[in-house]
Design a protein around this ligand. Structure first.
Ligand SMILES: [Fe+2]
Length: 475
């Protein structure tokens, strides 16, 4: 259909999806035909709910943290005065164990971390009441974070306050619902459950408050924290109830619990490691596949770099940044299912060949979805060729119905496709590629993502030029 490879950038627009969709060509076919872009289009200033990520820390952040610290100090001074002398000896047992378990933390995939010290603070508040819980939480936290981990005054004080308030209120909840004076696991099951729920809710709300005051959507962060930490608390709360009952039998039983908690901690760590190894295995797999075609391999690396910049600019949570960057690295994983003769073809594609290329997002998602820990990444891979206006593939999703990570990859993917040299055509100039992105903003691309990409132009464009150089000698 095309007379010569060198003439391909002048090919008829039949191969260029702009003619059908009114936007920029799909990155997979973009190098097979190229329009002459002569006009610059001013990007719309359409806003999206994601703008909340752009907010700077609120001026209420410091009052919030100081308020928590002051409330803790007052509670501590009040409780210390009212703490019966017989409980001081028990503090010598609880505080060291709490400090030990405080450093055993589980990192949530999306945000923050959870310490296994929850078990001890929870047991302390239930067993000896809210005052004991507060003193144990403050002492254990100061010892672990202030002296051992040296987290800094502000973080240590806030952490201690957060734990103390959570433990104190959990102790109150248990006392309110407790039946009689015993600690029976069955008769007091509602009280144990209520104390755990109160602890988790208060703790997570206080922590999420800090993220919210950094401009992050409160409900979004909070729900993710609860969802990801839910299994942890469900596992650890009964263990805390067991600590209470065993300690009643003999304080010496406390010697067993650090070991038990350590075993649970290792289990969570193993899960965490498996999760990271899943990501790494996918990247290795994708790289191996991409290396069939050196261009595709280099392209994936560059797209991942652009995506990292965009995600950082958008202020996505660290874990979401990690996810979308890893998805960018493997976004063309599904090309495994595409025949090499089509994948490496230099001439224009037939309709059937283009159809086969268009199967790669779904094929890649199916492959990545086999890893149970990479389901969110699989959704991003599946939808990286969707368009903002709903004319993309494979599912024709539109607007915010498209996973956000997929919208970010779409912009980075298109920019790199345009600015990369191929044997049969030169790379498009940066300003031309930028004009194309602007032209597709609001039709092919999420306007806010385009804006974020372009706002990093000073940093990204020289990098883009550097990235494009090695491709000159590629196949
Ligand atoms: Fe793709």
């Amino acid at each position: 259909m095309c007379p010569s490879p060198r003439g391909r950038h002048d090919a008829a627009p039949a191969h260029f999806e702009t003619s059908q969709n009114g936007g920029i060509a799909d990155p997979e076919t973009i190098h097979h035909a190229w329009p002459t872009v002569r006009r610059r289009v001013r990007m719309s200033s359409q806003s999206t709910p994601h703008e909340i990520h752009r907010a700077r820390p609120s001026r209420w952040l410091i009052p919030y943290v100081v308020g928590i610290d002051l409330a803790t100090l007052i509670a501590l001074l009040t409780t210390l005065q009212g703490l019966p002398p017989r409980l001081w000896l028990h503090l010598l047992v609880f505080v060291p164990v709490a400090a030990l378990t405080e450093s055993w933390t589980v990192t949530l995939r999306r945000e923050g971390e959870i310490s296994l010290s929850f078990t001890i603070y929870y047991a302390a508040a239930v067993l000896f009441g809210p005052c004991f819980g507060i003193v144990t939480a403050v002492s254990g936290s100061l010892l672990a974070d202030g002296l051992v981990r040296r987290k800094g005054v502000a973080m240590t004080a806030f952490g201690a306050g957060q734990l103390a308030i959570s433990a104190g209120l959990a102790g109150l909840a248990f006392e309110a619902l407790r039946s009689g004076h015993g600690f029976g696991l069955v008769s007091n099951a509602p009280a144990y459950a209520a104390a755990a729920v109160v602890y988790v809710l208060v703790n997570s709300v206080l922590a999420t408050g800090v993220f919210a005051l950094h401009g992050r959507p409160f409900l979004h962060v909070w729900l993710h924290a609860l969802r990801e930490g839910g299994a942890f608390y469900v596992a650890m709360a009964p263990l805390g109830a067991l600590v209470v009952n065993a300690y009643q039998q003999s304080p010496w039983t406390m010697l067993y619990f650090p070991l038990l908690i350590w075993v649970v901690y290792k289990g969570f760590r193993l899960y965490d490691r498996l999760s990271s190894e899943t990501d790494n295995a996918l990247v290795v797999l994708a790289n191996t596949i991409d290396k069939r075609d050196r261009y595709t391999y280099e392209h994936s690396l560059r797209v991942a770099r652009y995506v990292a910049r965009i995600a950082a600019k958008l202020g996505l949570p660290a874990e979401e940044q990690k996810l979308v960057v890893s998805a960018a690295q493997v976004h063309d994983l599904g090309k495994l299912s595409v025949d090499n003769r089509i994948l490496l073809k230099e001439g224009p594609m037939t309709d059937e060949e283009r159809e086969q290329i268009r199967t790669h997002p779904a094929a890649g998602a199916e492959l990545a979805g086999q890893f149970s820990m990479y389901r969110a990444g699989a959704a991003i891979i599946r939808h990286h060729h969707e368009r903002w206006d709903g004319n993309g593939y494979p599912d024709g999703l539109a607007g915010e119905g498209i996973p956000f990570g997929a919208r970010i990859i779409a912009v980075a993917d298109a920019y790199d496709a345009m600015t990369s040299d191929r044997p049969y055509r030169d790379a498009l100039a940066d300003e031309v590629a930028v004009a194309e992105l602007i032209r597709g903003s609001g039709s092919q691309f999420d306007p806010w993502v385009v804006e974020a990409f372009l706002s990093r132009a000073e940093e990204a464009r020289p990098a883009a030029s550097r990235c494009a150089q090695p491709a000159r000698s590629l196949t």
